[in-house]
Design a protein around this ligand. Structure first.
Ligand SMILES: [Zn+2]
Length: 228
């Protein structure tokens, strides 16, 4: 993984639980790197800008969907890329800043891996440091250096199932599946699954099952907990 910006670590993942309790997190949900105002913030891997809704505390931020995981860059001074735009690995996304809940210029950097998030971190955040230090590799779909993604199969139960650009109802609709269609699912969470690069489907809506999973899929979901 490319380092998102030059700087010294000022707050590790999981630190200061008392501060982050107000956002219902067990601790700091990313890694803070202090640097100079306006210095470049880079995409750590290739992907597509896909901003979800984040609380105001993040200030100006960018989320990049890498297919299988996403990264988030917060407290920026400015953005240089727009939602939906592809981002190359190492591309400058914006400038380091101090917007939102921030006490000085720093980058708040998150890595989010559906299905692998640290316990209690509801947006699937993991500690970014082992990835930055090369001790762990990211589960990039289709990447030869990534681990082979676990795949389960499912069948569409509802009349029509929207395929979205990211695991959110705010993601753009990229296609549509019909009742009975068989699909291969990666990166399962209790609610969303990935079916390809930048293609996600909801598994449940309002408590209703939208996709029937094979036995492996059901087992993985119950192991991961169904509450999320
Ligand atoms: Zn932070």
């Amino acid at each position: 993984m490319i380092t998102p910006t030059q700087g010294s670590i000022t707050q590790h993942f999981g630190e200061n639980p008392q501060v982050y309790a107000r956002w219902d997190y067990p601790g700091h949900n990313g890694l803070d790197l202090a640097g100079q105002l306006g210095q470049p913030v880079l995409a750590v891997a290739a992907g597509r800008v896909a901003n979800g809704y984040e609380p105001a505390g993040y200030g100006t931020y960018i989320e990049v969907d890498h297919g299988g995981f996403s990264t988030l860059y917060a407290h920026l001074a400015f953005r240089l890329v727009n939602d939906g735009q592809p981002a190359a690995a190492g591309e400058v996304l914006g400038g380091l800043g101090s917007t939102g809940f921030s006490s000085g210029p720093h980058l708040h950097f998150e890595v989010r891996i559906p299905g692998q998030g640290a316990p209690g971190y509801r947006r699937h955040q993991v500690d970014p440091l082992p990835y930055l230090q090369g001790e762990k590799s990211l589960p990039a779909l289709g990447s030869p250096e990534g681990e082979a993604p676990e795949v389960v199969t499912g069948r569409v139960l509802c009349r029509s199932l929207l395929v979205r650009s990211r695991p959110s109802t705010q993601g753009a609709v990229v296609s549509r599946l019909a009742h009975g269609d068989e699909i291969a699912l990666h990166a399962l969470t209790a609610v969303w699954a990935q079916i390809g690069r930048g293609r996600y489907v909801a598994l449940r809506y309002d408590g209703e099952e939208l996709v029937a999973l094979d036995a492996d899929g059901l087992q993985r979901l119950s192991a991961a907990g169904r509450g999320a």
